[in-house]
Design a protein around this ligand. Structure first.
Ligand SMILES: *Cc1c(COP(=O)(O)O)cnc(C)c1O
Length: 424
């Protein structure tokens, strides 16, 4: 039987048998006991599936990963300790020294740093392209060593919207997968796999948890990318892994299982960025109401964006739900029910106006965070982008007077009144 996404949010990933706990049990155990060493040996050889050490797999995490995989319409999923770890693992699972990545330039600052600085130190280079580039510009970014294309459905903090079909088509023309970070819309508002993405990643820290309680990440494989058809590009998946008894992942686990099995048995084994079972449990509580919360985040953000748009103190508003927004039409295509609860706007008075505006807010708190139940805001010029001067900020598309507001789940009239008082 197949269920709608709302039902999957509540129930997917865990089906208790007779007499078992109704809620996903927290298996707070590092290790698992076996009667014979032969039985355990078969697990180590990936001959049987089962648990032996929580760094590799844990039942609580697996239930929650299975739910996220179902929500995204993928064949397999895994949890990681953070969104940063999810994006690193998704890329490094198919890249090695000498590989090249094509990435949208409009991505989360932490991911930009990961790709452009830290992965560069590993000998993995990248070419960044505008999310608005033409097919020709996109094609020109590829080299013979390109192994992946990367982008964010709705970029944090720029709020640009990725043309997933355009990026997927380019990736596939060049025989590599498209990896999409779908943190901001969540699968409730967009499922990138339905538009051609091959791998989906998440910072579950944001809307999926939704309560600002637990840092976490997730990776989902669509099971659609044929590694064997491009075997020379992805030897890690298509040739024997000597560190795992000569297993060839794409042969043994097939098109739907190879990517996540390799990612677990190599990268999680060696880097150990696991999510704690306790955090996976908290994440699942968030997932159970994700489909109820997302429409409210969108409703509040739409109302706040429209209010800001009507005010003389506001120079510009960026929110794809506004008909005047550059990404309005493309957002309507990929996210007909709306995108997310994050709005950004620039005050006429620049840096000084932003500072005094934020000081006067009572309900909307100043935080380095987005996407939880409580509304919060940030002025990048005085926080995350503090090292840049006003000209550099302008060039980076983050003018000094820019404020990013994450609309929570409060009453929208209270949010608008808080903003109105601060503006006046
Ligand atoms: C926050 C965020 C990340 C990083 O996630 P962490 O859980 O903080 O490590 C990655 N991508 C996007 C789009 C984000 O918003």
């Amino acid at each position: 039987m197949s269920f709608k996404i709302d039902t999957k949010c509540v129930q997917a990933g865990y089906t208790p048998k007779n007499g078992e706990p109704r809620q996903i049990p927290i298996i707070q155990s590092t290790t698992f006991k076996y009667d014979t060493s032969e039985a355990m040996g078969r697990l180590f050889d990936l001959e049987d599936s089962g648990y032996f050490y929580t760094r590799l797999q844990n039942p609580t995490n697996d239930h929650v990963a299975a739910k996220i995989a179902e929500l995204e319409g993928g064949t397999a999923g895994m949890l990681t300790s953070s969104g940063q770890a999810a994006n690193f693992f998704a890329l490094f699972n198919i890249c090695e020294c000498g590989s090249h990545i094509v990435s949208s330039s409009s991505i989360y600052g932490g991911t930009f740093n990961l790709i452009s600085v830290t992965m560069a130190k590993m000998g993995i280079t990248a070419t960044f392209v505008s999310p608005d580039c033409t097919d020709e510009e996109l094609d020109a970014a590829f080299t013979e060593n390109t192994r992946a294309v990367f982008g964010e459905t709705i970029a944090n903090p720029a709020l640009t919207v990725l043309d997933i079909e355009k990026f997927a088509a380019a990736a596939h023309r060049h025989g590599v997968p498209l990896i999409v970070d779908n943190t901001f819309p969540t699968p409730v508002n967009c499922r990138p796999i339905e538009w051609g993405a091959d791998i989906v990643t998440h910072s579950t820290t944001k809307y999926m948890d939704g309560h600002g309680a637990a840092v976490g990440g997730a990776i989902v494989d669509s099971g659609k990318f044929d590694w064997m058809a491009h075997a020379d590009k992805f030897p890690g998946l298509t040739t024997p892994d000597e560190s795992y008894h000569g297993i060839t992942y794409a042969e043994k686990f097939g098109i739907g299982g190879a990517f996540i099995t390799k990612c677990t048995s190599q990268l999680m084994r060696d880097f150990g960025c696991i999510q704690s079972p306790q955090n996976a449990f908290i994440l699942n509580l968030g997932l159970e109401s994700l489909h109820v919360r997302m429409p409210r985040h969108v409703e509040n953000a739409q109302a706040v964006a429209e209010f800001l748009h009507s005010r003389p103190e506001v120079k510009s508003v960026t929110y794809s739900g506004l008909p005047s927004d550059k990404y309005h039409n493309i957002a309507k295509k990929y996210m007909p029910n709306g995108g997310c609860g994050v709005v950004s706007f620039e005050l006429v008075g620049g840096r000084g106006a932003a500072e005094s505006f934020m000081k006067k807010l009572k309900l909307i708190a100043i935080e380095t965070h987005v996407a939880d139940a409580r509304s919060c805001c940030l002025n990048p010029a005085t926080s995350t982008h503090r090292q840049m001067n006003d000209e550099q900020l302008e060039a980076a598309g983050v003018p000094a007077g820019l404020i990013r507001v994450s609309c929570g789940l409060e009453d929208k009239d209270d949010l608008i009144n808080d903003i109105k008082n601060a503006l006046e």
